[in-house]
Design a protein around this ligand. Sequence first.
Ligand code: NAI
Length: 466
Amino acid sequence: MTYDLVIIGTGPGGYVCAIRAAQLGLKTAVVEKRKAHGGTCLNVGCIPSKALLHASHLFEEAGTHFGRFGIDVGKPKLDLKAMLAHKDDAIEGNTKGIEFLLRKNKIDAFHGAGRILEAGKVEVTAEDGSKQELAAKNIVIATGSDVTNLPGVEIDEKRIVSSTGALDLAEVPKKLVVIGGGVIGLELGSVWRRLGSEVTVVEYLDRILTGMDLDTAKQFQRILQKQGVSFMLSSKVTSAKATAKGVKLEVEPAAGGKSETLEADVVLVAVGRRPYTEGLGLDEAGVKRDERGRVAIDDRFATNVKGVYAIGDVVVGPMLAHKAEDEGVALAEMLAGKAGHVNYGVIPNVVYTYPEVASIGKSEEELKEDGVAYVVGKFPFSANGRAKANLQTDGFVKIIADKETDRVLGAHIVGPEAGNLIHEIAIAMEFGASSEDIARTCHAHPTLAEAVKEAALAADKRALHM
Ligand code: NAI
C-alpha cells in the first residue's frame, strides 16, 4: 500500500497535520519514536510545565493571598511527590487523547524511528531493531527540536538539568541557578521559586525575553524581582561543574572581564532549542538545510526533494506548538488541493508565569526599526475593578496602533489571564481592526478584558478609568 502521506513525528505539528489530512480523505500514517505521542509539548514541555505552574501557583496563593480572602488554611505543606504525580497524570491524559484522535481518524501509527530512504520511502526502526518500509506519495518531517547545549556545561539531568530534568526534581533545590532569561528559564524558575528555591537567572543579554517588546519585558522583570527572583544580566556562564554537594558555576560579564563563582544545588540550562534532525537520513536523501541547521523549505513547506515537506520547530520561525499546528493544517490542506495559509504576523506568544506575559504582532522596537509611526494605548490592571477585587493588579495591557490609520499593529500584556486576553486582539488583527473597533466593542463588566478595551481607548487618549 502507498500512503498519501507519512508524517515523521507526532508532536503538535505532526499529529495535527495527520488529523487534518485524514479529515480531507488522505490515507495517512504517522511514525513516532517516543513511547507516547505528543512530542516535546505533551511529554516534556508545555503540558507538564503548565501542570506544575498551575499547582505551584495555587501553593503560593494558599500561603499568601488566601488569608486576605478570609480563608485560613494555615501554612501550606508541600507534597512534591503528589505534585509531580499530578503532572504525570496530566501528561498521560493528554497523550492518551492523541492516541484516541489518531484511531478515530483512522490514521496508522507506527512506533519507531523514521528515516527517509529517498523520495517516497520511509524506513521505520522499532525499539527491538526490526525494520519496515513505508511507501508514501508525500513525506512530512515534523521532528521538532531539542535542547541547545552550552559549552563547558554538561547536562546530567540531576544537578545540571535541561527543561526535561527540571520537571522532575526529587526535592526542591535550596539554590537554583537558571542559565538563560528566556521563556523556559522564567517559567520553570517560577515553579521552583514558588516551591521554596532561591532563584538566580543568569542572562547573556542586557534584558530578559529577547524579541518581546522591551518596555513589557522590563515591567515583567520588575514583577519577578518583587517576587524574589534575582537577575544577573549581561553575564555569561563559562563553566558549570557538578560536585558531590551541588554545582559550581563560573560567570563573567558578557563583554568579558573578571569572572565570579556561583554555587547552586541545581542548575537549569535554558539557552534555547535547536532543530532536531538526527537519524532522519536527510543528507543521504539530499534534503537541504539552512545556515542554522533547520530543514530548508519554500513558502509551501516543500523541501528541495520532491514530495518531502517540513513543518514546526524543525523549520524557520518561532518554536511554538501553535505555530507548528497551524503549519500542519495548512500543509494538509495544500496537499489535498486546497489553499492552506498561516498568518505569521498574528501568532500569539505567551509566557505562562504569574502574572502571564502575552504578546502579538509588532513590538515598539520593531516598528521603530521599520520606520512606522505608531501610537500606544496602555492601561494598568491596578485600575481594573475585577483585577482589584481579585488582588491581581500587577501589569498592564498595551496596544500599539498605526498613527495614521489606527490599525492595530501589536499588543503586549503582562497580567492575569494575559494568555487568554491576547486572543481578542488576535481576532481583531486578523480582521484588520483599528484600536477604535476594539474600543467601540461592548466589554462585559466586571472583567479583566475591560483592560483591553481601556488600552484601546487610551490609544486615542480617552481611557475612562485612568
Ligand atoms: P529562549 O531563546 O527563549 O531564551 C534563551 C535565553 O538564553 C536567551 O535570552 C539568550 O540570550 C540566553 N542565553 C544564551 N546563551 C547564554 C549563556 N551562555 N549564558 C546566559 N544566557 C544565555 O530559549 P528557551 O527559554 O530555552 O526556550 C526554547 C524555545 O522553546 C523557545 O523558542 C520558546 O519559544 C519555546 N518555548 C515556548 C514556551 C511558551 O510558548 N510558553 C515555553 C517553553 C519553551
